[in-house]
Design a protein around this ligand. Structure first.
Ligand SMILES: [Zn+2]
Length: 310
């Protein structure tokens, strides 16, 4: 049986997040929200309405590590004895929420992020991470593995791009989709620096959209906003938008040799309140796509990275 959506408030710009509850055994919650008292209050009230005792929760599935979805999970697991299930890349990020901060800051500098902006990004990261609890024992699940939730058999589908290790859970007649597709929002391909360097988040995201298209007949229960009954047109629109933006980035670059941060500021300026980290993430994603197509090249003078049209 389809899980019940539970709307939880968050302290983030994205607004409320969706948790999903399976009432039948094994009683399961997907993405129990951020570590944020109003969210905990809303979750407790919803569980009471559904007749689910906290102690009855056996399993917690996490789609991805972003705090609006996963922040409270470790506390809930510790308090109820529930087992957390998620992808190993998500576990790695929840165990070390700051990741390799030095490597990431060095990379941001090479892309031209000025020091005051870097400090502001750092403060925002600390604020976001204050809504994450430390992680205990977790059951890792890989792409293609199955997990039972509320009597349904869910297949884990690895769909990275918005976050590394992002899982969607494919049920018998629905998909619990996390943040891969959200009605009215194009999810950000968030900049990620792993052990192997910067991940190509936007190319990864496009590949994930293609994976989801194999299940186009199934409605998506997303991490934010309402159910997407017919994902096909939305998936097609995402791909069109990405293509459009890629061409805009190319024409904005023109004949200049530029750093990614400066280019990102032309699209999403700080003075208009845009988040500089997400702006840089997006423009780097399109520069990756343009590089893959052989229309743009990356120049590296040892300290700084520039982009130029070929
Ligand atoms: Zn989210």
């Amino acid at each position: 049986m389809r899980p019940t959506r539970i709307l939880l408030p968050t302290p983030f710009a994205v607004g409320p997040v969706n948790a999903y509850a399976f009432r039948e055994p094994p009683v399961t919650l997907v993405d129990p929200g951020p570590l944020f008292p109003p969210a905990q209050g809303a979750l407790d009230a919803a569980l009471r309405d559904l007749g689910i005792a906290r102690d009855a929760i056996e399993r917690i599935l996490i789609t991805h590590h972003h705090p609006d979805h996963s922040g409270y999970a470790p506390v809930l697991a510790a308090e109820t004895g529930a087992q957390i299930y998620t992808h190993p890349d998500t576990i790695a990020r929840m165990v070390r929420p700051l990741g390799d901060l030095d490597a990431e800051e060095a990379l941001l500098r090479r892309h031209g992020v000025p020091e005051p902006v870097l400090s502001a990004m750092h403060r925002e990261l600390q604020r976001i991470l204050s809504h994450v609890a430390p992680l205990g024992a977790v059951q890792p699940i890989e792409d293609g593995e199955h997990v039972q939730a509320g009597g349904d058999d869910l297949r884990a589908l690895l769909v990275p791009g918005h976050a590394p290790g992002h899982l969607a859970f494919v049920g018998p007649d629905y998909i619990v989709g996390g943040d891969v597709v959200i009605a009215g929002i194009t999810p950000n391909p968030v900049l990620e620096v792993g052990e192997e360097g910067r991940r190509k988040s936007l190319p990864e995201y496009i590949a994930s959209l293609a994976r989801l298209r194999e299940f186009e007949g199934l409605p998506i229960l997303p991490g934010h906003r309402d159910e997407i009954g017919e994902p096909a047109p939305l998936l097609a629109r995402y791909l069109e938008q990405i293509e459009e933006r890629r061409e805009q980035v190319l024409s904005a670059l023109g004949d200049r040799t530029m750093q990614a941060f400066a280019l990102s500021q032309e699209f999403f300026p700080l003075r208009r309140g845009a988040d500089p980290f997400l702006a840089l993430s997006e423009v780097l994603g399109h520069l990756d796509l343009l590089q893959e197509r052989g229309v743009v090249e990356e120049l590296n003078d040892g300290e700084r990275i520039f982009y130029r049209r070929l």
